[in-house]
Design a binder for this molecule. Structure first.
Ligand code: F1P
Length: 351
């Protein structure tokens, strides 16, 4: 529920620690962005999903190739890093061992500069990076990231716009996206107001052991994040797939015991979704769709619809994350699990 406030604070925040960057490179942040030809994103868990969303933005708006990898794998590969790479680490705590190890290793291979998106001032990641964008989420009590994720996305979108400006983003398109960013706090509030309906929907998951989350494009990582939230706090096995992969394996698992959650923010996706719907229903499965109100998807047998207020396609991943967080929350409450302190998990994995 703090998300509208902290997204606004992150929007208003400034890139900090540019002085470190100036010392390191003899340049300023603006010069740095001009020479970036590749972005390598590294993170773990929820922060990794934020990086996955950012890849769509960076490639679409800035036209700069972007790779994303979990730190826990990146650190065990031999790296070929181009010198004009911006190495971007995302971490709520700034103390995640794998993320720090990946950064330290990559430094040896050489790159243009390290940018951190982090929530904790003075953390190891902040100290070891050249450039920092602080998220303004404030302390997160729960182990499972919620406001950390949406503020990371806000910071990543602001960074993408800065990078895109150096790579010929059309001023009109930029202004349109800036306007959309400013609408976010109000839109997230509108989605939070769906709480009662989402609580109702959550009842269908209570007695289930497995679930499938589908998304396309930048909503695929949102589906991954929705699935992660459900498994972290309600202990229901949840798997996320790009919608188009349904036929390539997971469909074999679908039956009445396997609810399928789909994120479909616009008409185009809703159209494609119809084939998923037939495939799921033909197997007795039930589909739970989070769709744009304007797309007018009607509930019917086997199809449950959560209508989300219309939002800009670029900021949609931020808005659509929140109802999935609420869904997991209500399922967990119904199941009686400890929402803030799930079993076996630590807030920060430092070893
Ligand atoms: C990464 C992370 C969190 C998750 C859990 C364990 O942490 O995977 O996303 O919620 O607490 O660690 P961080 O690097 O973003 O601090």
């Amino acid at each position: 529920y703090e998300q509208p406030k902290v997204i606004k604070a992150t929007m208003e925040g400034r890139i900090t620690a540019t002085r470190v960057l100036e010392q390191a490179l003899g340049t300023d942040a603006e010069n740095l962005l001009e020479n970036v030809r590749h972005v390598q994103i590294i993170a773990c868990g929820t922060s990794y999903h934020a990086g996955m969303v950012a890849r769509y933005w960076i490639e679409d708006l800035a036209g700069v190739p972007c790779s994303v990898e979990v730190a826990s794998e990146f650190r065990y590969r031999k790296h070929v890093i181009q010198p004009d790479t911006l190495f971007l680490c995302i971490s709520q705590s700034g103390e995640t061992a794998d993320t720090l190890a990946a950064l330290r290793q990559a430094k040896k291979a050489g790159f243009r500069a390290a940018l951190a998106i982090c929530n904790v001032p003075g953390s190891s990641l902040v100290r070891e990076s050249d450039l920092v964008i602080m998220t303004q989420a404030g302390p997160e009590i729960g182990v499972a990231s919620t406001k950390a994720f949406t503020t990371q996305l806000t910071a990543l979108l602001i960074f993408t716009l800065a990078l895109a400006r150096h790579n010929g983003l059309n001023a009109e398109r930029e202004a349109d996206i800036v306007k959309a960013i400013h609408l976010l706090p109000g839109q997230v509030n509108d989605v939070l107001a769906l709480d009662g309906e989402i609580e109702e929907m959550s009842k269908a998951f209570m007695d289930k052991n497995h679930s499938l989350f589908l998304g396309r494009g930048s909503q695929y990582p949102v589906a991954m994040e929705g699935a992660l939230k459900l498994k972290e706090i309600s202990y229901i096995h949840a798997e996320a797939y790009p919608a188009g992969e349904l036929k390539h394996g997971p469909l074999a698992l679908v039956d009445s015991e396997m609810p399928v959650v789909t994120v479909a923010p616009n008409n185009d996706l809703v159209e494609k979704l119809k084939s998923n719907l037939e495939e799921v229903r033909a197997r007795g499965g039930e589909l739970f769709v989070f769709a744009d109100k304007a797309a007018d998807v009607k509930p019917e047998e086997g199809l449950h619809v959560m209508q989300i207020p219309s939002v800009h396609e670029i900021t949609a991943p931020i808005v659509y994350t929140v109802p999935l967080q609420l869904l997991s929350y209500h399922v967990a409450v119904l199941k009686g699990t400890d929402v803030d302190q799930p079993r076996n998990l630590a807030k920060s994995v430092t070893v």
